[in-house]
Ligand binder design. Structure first.
Ligand code: COA
Length: 180
């Protein structure tokens, strides 16, 4: 999608409403992003309000992919870790609206998140994804290495347990160090 613009999202009511719609739609369609279906609109807005407040404090970055005035997708880069992990960042809440899927939106969001992590001096990215209805194939295409699976880790949005798959990737200076 050529006309896609990726940028950090701001803490305003209109953006929170768009993010809440995306989260509710994703959960309803079975996406494993920490919530159960049906997700009440107020709970979705409350999640994003708190997330964007954390972003304003520099503890995370919430990126949006805009197609015209439409929010096509989002990803969160978590940056707030204990003092012994200043080199680490984590990917969370990667979602593409259903009508925008399969056009490279998530790939663009992930590349932008990785670039931002490198700019912040991070050298290790980690993430987890559900075994069922997750995005393992996408992460592997983006160079993430599979660390292992924890069985029965979480409930799927419509019920029933699924395992979680843990992935990691060296980035920035750390990735350059491992080149032949
Ligand atoms: C996973 C998700 C974000 C992918 O979004 P997208 O914008 O359609 O992804 P892209 O178009 O960038 O896909 C890039 C590549 O990954 C592949 N891919 C996308 N989703 C995949 C999945 N769930 N499993 C395996 N491969 C996947 C695509 O086939 C594509 O491959 P190609 O380049 O060979 O064509 C989207 O399906 C989604 O929002 N799912 C629900 C929420 C979710 O599961 N998020 C991940 C939480 S860890």
């Amino acid at each position: 999608m050529n006309s896609l613009e990726i940028r950090a999202l701001s803490d305003d009511a209109a953006t929170i409403a768009l993010l809440a719609d995306l989260l509710i739609e994703t959960v309803a369609a079975g996406g494993s992003v920490s919530f159960m279906h049906p997700l009440p609109a107020e709970a979705a807005r409350d999640f994003w309000r708190k997330s964007l407040a954390a972003a304003a404090r520099g503890e995370r970055a919430v990126l949006g992919a805009w197609h015209g005035g439409v929010l096509a997708g989002t990803v969160t880069l978590l940056l707030d870790f204990p003092p012994n992990q200043p080199h680490r960042a984590e990917i969370a809440k990667l979602m593409t609206g259903r009508e925008h899927r399969g056009k490279g939106v998530a790939t663009r969001l992930m590349r932008a998140a990785e670039k931002l992590a490198i700019e912040k001096g991070r050298t290790l990215l980690v993430l987890d994804t559900a075994r069922e209805e997750g995005a393992a194939g996408l992460y592997e295409k983006l160079g993430f290495a599979f660390a292992g699976e924890i069985p029965d880790f979480a409930l799927k949005p419509h019920g029933g347990l699924t395992g979680t798959l843990i992935y990691w990737k060296r980035i920035g200076a750390a990735a350059a160090d491992t080149l032949p």
